[in-house]
Design a protein around this ligand. Structure first.
Ligand code: PBG
Length: 332
């Protein structure tokens, strides 16, 4: 033994972490985190029409799809090993109440029915919000420039019920109104949909990383922003309070969004509540990697898997990602 702590712990040959990094097989044995295809959720943007497959300019590889194409895309995703999709709708018309959001004939409801009919084992999740459906692009009913909480919750309840009526397995309210999880739970139960689960966007931050999504879903607010309901990026304790409220109100799964800039939040939620926790790797996170890779500045496949691994390592059980199919293909 020597008195020098560095010499004794690092250089005497007894502790050599590199021994376990020597070969692929050894690294696999000691690997702590796995990303598996069945942990991924694949978002789909559904529009009217048939044979529509329109690429989103700011999200190369992501398409607005008519229902028939969405069914095809989901079947291909299943072949790749992905078992769950998250649906967003592009309605034919928008108005100030987002009337198309709970229209049984609208693209999301039609897609839910078609997807479940084609493949009952596919997990179909629907995004419940009004921003894709309102003429002003806000997530709810607006008066005097503000999004009204309770009037909006009443609309969201109708939307969630109509998704459940169409056959959705899980509804995912993404609006960040107060009290909406409890109201949706009550309404679903009253309508006989007690088996439909709620995945709440519990800690949804007011983030610049949603930019490309608003392109994809044509949902950018015409005036103002979403700071009065989405969370301040500076806050993490508040995320725990949001999650506690949503769980109390009956959320089955809670989500953090975006993912990579909020790994600490994912970690704290998983540690504190130990509940099923999802993370949404959002449009901007996807577009960043795509753009850098297109410039030859990083290896897309490696960067994609590294970011997904990091999100899992932080504590997410479920990852919603536009890379779902690409990642699944790399992982099988
Ligand atoms: C709807 C909603 C948004 C996203 C998911 N649901 C947009 C927003 O809040 O502005 C963003 C997803 C993404 O960026 O990939 N409220």
């Amino acid at each position: 033994m020597t008195d020098d702590p560095i010499a004794s712990t690092t250089f005497d040959g007894r502790q050599r972490p590199r021994r376990l990094r020597r070969t692929d097989a050894i690294r696999a044995l000691v690997r702590e985190t796995d990303v598996r295809p069945h942990k991924l959720v694949y978002p789909l943007f559904v529009c009217d029409g048939t044979h529509v497959r329109r690429e989103v300019a700011s999200m190369p590889g992501v398409f607005q799809l008519s229902v028939d194409e969405a069914v095809r895309e989901a079947a291909n995703a299943r072949t790749d090993g992905v078992q769950a999709v998250l649906l967003f709708g592009l309605p034919a018309r928008k108005d100030d109440r987002g009337s198309a959001a709970d229209d049984a004939a609208a693209p999301v409801q039609a897609a839910v029915r078609a997807l479940k009919q084609a493949d009952d084992d596919l997990v179909v999740i629907t995004d419940v919000c009004l921003c894709e459906y309102t003429s002003h692009g806000h997530c709810g009913i607006v008066a005097d420039g503000d999004v009204l909480n309770n009037d909006t919750v009443a609309r969201l309840v109708d939307v969630a019920r109509s998704h459940a009526d169409a056959g959705a397995d899980i509804v995912a309210p993404s609006d960040m109104m107060d009290g909406r999880v409890g109201a949706i739970r009550d309404a679903l139960d009253a309508a006989g949909h007690d088996r439909v689960a709620i995945m709440s966007y519990a800690a949804k931050y007011c983030s610049a990383f949603y930019g490309p999504f608003r392109d994809a879903a044509a949902s950018a607010p015409v005036f103002g922003d979403r700071r009065t309901h989405q969370m301040d990026p500076a806050n993490a304790d508040e995320a725990l309070r949001e999650v506690a409220l949503d769980l109390e109100e009956g959320a089955d799964i809670v989500m953090v969004k975006p993912a990579l800039p909020y790994l600490d939040v994912i970690h704290r939620i998983k540690q504190e509540f130990g509940c099923p926790t999802a993370a949404y790797q959002v449009s901007g996170e996807y577009a960043m990697l795509k753009a850098a890779a297109a410039n030859g500045w990083l290896d897309l496949s490696q960067a994609m898997l590294e970011s997904l691994t990091s999100i899992r390592r932080a504590g997410a059980d479920i990852i919603i990602t536009y890379f779902a199919r690409d990642a699944a293909r790399r992982l099988t």
